[in-house]
Design a protein around this ligand. Structure first.
Ligand code: GLY
Length: 598
């Protein structure tokens, strides 16, 4: 199979492997489609909702908000109005906003309710012996932020009326969507198996069709349409203090979790300053804490840049390149585990972790011949002790318009179908984001993993997140045009997947639709296992008597491998290298999404 990369890119793919032909129409495949404006979501109906806004003259924010509300309907196990998220917005041109360009990190992650004291899950008599208490049911639910966040984004940075932007979601809820393979994967998840109790009857009725759901069925959600119509008419107050809000409080209260009217009504999104770094002459905007993704991205890109010439000499997907990336991930994920949490309530040493000198030190400790003792990874700063968390049931969308605006937006209800608690009469699911906190000191979470005490719950605190919506400009200056809009779903896999697709597009010149489909690796420091897709592990490198697989090359350096499918799903938009006023777009085939643009 012929492989080509753009001239001037780092490394070269090993021959005889995969097709990563460039936008120029490499001999191995069809030319990459390009668009003047486009949305890439993990469901085609949602991407089309965004395109509908762009066609009406809306901007990337209008498109992202319409796409997100529609995802609440068509990917109800991943995200929704009962959850929270992060939106990175790059505004270049806007009829009302001055001082452009500007880039905003809008944080509408859920916050812990007032009952959520640090010791709650360890000491509450009814929960301390129930490992599922932070995963399903009323005590798994943190105060949702999605409706407040989306409507704030729309009011400040969008251009279209609320009713216009919510219309596609309402239509999708009324008309229904067809159950696909990814939906059935979520139905088969261990989280759904927890939903046998009487308190989950409405979940089973709407989303499992009482246990009979199968691919090809149509799921209609008239109750969620009613909630969306109220939000369309009355705005965020319908959700936080109106009829929807009082029903949320009632269903949580019936499960024993009291959320007061005042604390629900007090929910507000926060505008944060993005983390910024320069990678290969391009400005990168990454999400700050309570996302862990931005710091891990900035550190890992920095470690690559610190050893640039050496990294560029590695062949793509060679054992040397995979070993380097794995060692860099171990350093940055060790820091994630030890240092990161909600910075509003906890001291998070962001500047020390992302300083040039610290990153250079981490990079200098990567030994290309051998792995290091596991405790030795991470920054030499005063630390706690912990291992990394994981989660899933998240959705990412990327959007660009023809004025140069861009949105990278990742949203979640945490595990598949969240807490399995449905808001009666409104049909949407509430999140189980409480499980992203350290709920039990030193004990494994739902994924067999443990987290640091900095991430213990507290009223009003946000749980640490892996969501990593990222925007890259084509130069160092903030006035440079957008080059890449990227992010994904899949717990900590989000961060390593986002970084690898960023490298694919920026460093290796791989077109968007191919970058999202590339096999990937993942290491999160602990457990000390390199997850690798077999397509990489089985690549042959070297020649003659020296020839061996990438797998053998990694094992010779001491890496502990586990072969398997990537659990990360990425959506990316990339400026076309050949038509600089147009974009390529890719929705990860692992979830069956499809971009919509023109
Ligand atoms: N619950 C997914 C995340 O925030 O990382």
């Amino acid at each position: 199979m012929v492989v080509s990369v753009l001239a001037g890119c780092a490394g070269t793919p090993p021959s005889g492997t995969r097709d990563v032909s460039s936008s120029g129409g490499g001999s191995a495949g069809a030319r990459e489609p390009t668009y003047r404006h486009v949305v890439a979501a993990d469901h085609e109906i949602a991407s089309k909702a965004g395109l509908e806004m762009l066609r009406k003259g809306g901007n990337a924010v209008d498109a992202a908000v319409a796409t997100s509300f529609t995802l609440s309907v068509v990917r109800p196990y991943s995200c929704g109005i009962g959850g929270g998220g992060f939106m990175m917005i790059h505004l270049k041109k806007h009829p009302r906003v001055s001082g452009l360009p500007k880039t905003v990190a809008l944080d509408y992650r859920e916050v812990a309710p007032s009952w959520a004291t640090p010791n709650f899950f360890e000491t509450d008599p009814a929960r301390r012996n129930n490992a599922n208490a932070s995963i399903v049911g009323a005590h798994a639910v943190a105060i949702p932020g999605t409706v407040a966040g989306l409507l704030e984004a729309l009011e400040k940075f969008g251009t279209l009326p609320r009713e216009t932007v919510l219309a596609p979601a309402i239509r999708a809820a009324e008309e229904g969507f067809v159950v696909d393979a990814d939906y059935m994967r979520a139905v088969g998840s261990s989280n759904v198996a927890r939903g046998t109790g009487p308190e989950f009857a409405e979940f089973r009725s709407i989303y499992l069709l009482n246990g009979k759901v199968k691919a090809g069925d149509v799921i209609r959600q008239p109750a969620q349409a009613r909630a969306l119509r109220l939000i369309s008419r009355d705005g965020a107050s319908a959700f936080y203090s109106g009829e929807i809000g009082s029903t949320i409080r009632a269903v949580l209260s019936s499960g024993g979790a009291t959320v007061t009217a005042a604390e629900l009504a007090a929910y507000r999104p926060t505008e944060l300053l993005p983390l910024q770094t320069i990678y290969q002459g391009k400005r990168v905007f990454a999400f700050p804490p309570p996302s862990s993704g931005g710091i891990v991205l900035v550190q890992t890109l920095g470690m690559i840049d610190s050893r640039r010439a050496e990294f560029d000499s590695f062949d793509y997907d060679s054992s040397a390149q995979v070993h380097f990336l794995t060692e860099a991930f171990k350093h940055s994920f060790a820091d994630r585990s030890r240092f990161l949490a909600d910075p509003r309530t906890t001291d998070v040493p962001v500047l020390a972790l992302t300083s040039q000198s610290n990153i250079r030190d981490l990079a200098s400790r990567i030994d290309m011949n051998r792995v290091q003792p596991i405790e030795s990874y991470g920054s030499n700063l005063p630390r706690g002790s912990a291992v990394a968390p994981a989660d899933s049931g998240t959705s990412h969308l990327s959007a660009v318009d023809s004025w140069g605006n861009a949105v990278a937006c990742t949203e979640t209800i945490n595990l598949q179908f969240g807490s399995l608690v449905v808001v009666p009469g409104f049909g949407f699911l509430l999140n189980d984001q409480m499980d992203d906190f350290t709920t039990r000191r030193g004990k494994p979470n739902a994924f067999g993993l443990r987290q640091d005490e900095r991430n213990l719950p507290a009223p009003g605190k946000q749980p640490l997140s892996s969501m990593s919506p990222t925007i890259v400009l084509s130069g160092e200056s903030e006035s440079s045009p957008v080059e890449l809009v990227v992010g994904g779903s899949g717990g900590p896999w989000i961060i390593t997947g986002t970084l690898q697709v960023l490298l694919d597009c920026v460093t290796y010149g791989i077109p968007a639709s191919k970058a999202v489909a590339q096999p990937r690796i993942h290491h999160q420091w602990m457990p000390n296992t390199l997850r690798i897709e077999p397509e990489i592990a089985e690549i042959l490198e070297g020649s003659g008597a020296q020839q061996r697989t990438v797998r053998a090359g990694l094992e010779a350096r001491g890496q502990e491998l586990k072969l398997g499918k990537s659990e990360c799903v990425i959506q990316v938009i990339r400026r076309s290298p050949l038509q600089r006023d147009r974009f390529e777009a890719g929705s990860d085939p692992r979830k069956g999404g499809k971009p919509a643009g023109e």
